[in-house]
Design a protein around this ligand. Structure first.
Ligand SMILES: Cc1ncc(COP(=O)(O)O)c(C=O)c1O
Length: 377
């Protein structure tokens, strides 16, 4: 089935007994047993809940994985994966990542004895050089937040396979609509469902999707033991959001292409980082591994005062963290998403006081451009 149909009907879901077209919200913590030693298949909502199970099957289908768990946030999903590792393990990650992931690695996981190295995951030899006897996994985000760098997932997957490492990919920015890392050789895909999957800036969620039964069993055991579970109301909001994923991804991408082109011609804009621009260094890899470019972009203006003025003046775009919703949002990575990354590292990666990041929504491109134009004057 085409992904445009799978977002609406995916996951080989059983029909509701009452014929409900919208999956019911099972607002229950526990489930009565039909008899001693018997179960309806659902015992306790921390472990499984029918609304969440529907959503998990849908995610596994969209990402072409064996199983998926739906967590309360994207960070909870990452923490669930983090529990696969033990003190002494070493993980290599892309050097340009969501700041919250870096913070989680360097504080919580480091405290638990896991060590990290950051590299340009497009440089396969640099990546290979970091692999040591305790290395257990490679963690990649592509495209990256906020510099829109692209990693060749299949190339990294080959190296990971050779070295016996897990490849974990954060697929938040393109969503399963545009990119399926498991098809390219990844073992685990994580998502912040708060972003494109939910799509309306009204619910927090996260997902872990795995490529094997063995990983599914390990992740399910951690998920149930720790209690990362997404509640049934948010699971329902996510299911509703995902039904329009295809429409939203296409509409916001089309806007992003128009806006990236317009920003390029603006006299106060020094650089535009958007994967869909013909001269973006990752465009060829993206054409091979993805079905689209997405709708995240960042741009550098001439000076800090211009960046601050834009944030103060925008009216239709909202100055807010997060991304992937129908509403266009603009953020300041230097003091927001990446505030906790050491200054020298931020600057080395181009995250400075002149950089702005836009999550392009589904409004009319002409209105978004008019707003940016008045904010950039
Ligand atoms: C790429 C990426 N991964 C993970 C997360 C964390 O997700 P959440 O905020 O749902 O915990 C975010 C949040 O911004 C993100 O941008």
């Amino acid at each position: 089935m085409d992904i445009r149909s799978r977002v609406v009907h995916g996951g080989d879901q059983p029909r509701d007994a009452m014929g409900a077209v919208s999956v019911p919200i099972y607002a229950t913590a526990t489930f009565a047993h039909p008899g001693v030693g018997e179960s309806t298949g659902f015992d306790y909502s921390r472990i499984e809940n029918p609304t969440r199970t529907h959503l998990e099957r849908l995610l596994a289908d969209l990402e072409q994985g064996v199983d998926a768990v739906a967590c309360s946030t994207g960070m909870a999903a990452l923490a669930c994966v983090g529990e696969l590792f033990a003190p002494g393990d070493h993980i290599i990650h892309s050097d340009d990542l969501y700041g919250g992931s870096i913070r989680y690695f360097r504080t919580v996981m480091a405290k638990n004895g896991v060590t990290f190295d950051a590299v340009d995951t497009n440089d396969i030899e640099a990546l290979r050089a970091k692999i040591g006897p305790t290395t257990k996994a490679i963690f990649v985000e592509t495209p990256t937040n906020p510099m829109m760098l692209v990693t060749d997932i299949a190339a990294v997957a080959e190296l990971a396979r050779e070295a016996g490492l897990l490849l974990i990919v954060d697929n938040t920015f393109l969503s399963p609509y545009f990119q399926n890392p498991i098809r390219l050789g990844a073992n685990i895909v994580v998502h912040s469902g708060t972003k494109y999957l939910g799509g309306h800036n009204d619910s927090l969620a996260g997902y872990v999707v795995v490529d094997s039964q063995e990983l599914a069993e390990r992740i399910r055991a951690i998920f149930g033991s720790v209690g990362y579970a997404l509640g049934p109301f948010d699971a329902w909001l996510q299911i509703r959001g995902i039904k329009t994923l295809a429409l939203r991804m296409e509409a916001s991408q089309s806007n992003a292409i128009t806006i990236a082109g317009w920003l390029r011609g603006h006299p106060k804009v020094r650089a535009v980082h958007y994967v869909g621009l013909a001269d973006h260094p990752g465009i060829e890899v993206t054409r091979r591994q993805s079905r689209g470019f997405g709708s995240m972009l960042s741009f550098e203006v001439d000076e800090e005062a211009t960046a601050i003025a834009v944030l103060n003046r925008v009216r239709l775009l909202q100055y807010a963290e997060s991304l992937g919703g129908v509403e266009s949002l603009i953020t300041y990575p230097y003091t927001q998403t990446h505030a906790d990354v050491p200054d020298a590292e931020r600057r080395a990666r181009g995250i400075n006081e002149r950089l702005l990041r836009v999550s392009v929504g589904v409004e009319a491109a002409s209105d978004l451009i008019a707003d940016l134009a008045q904010a950039l004057t």
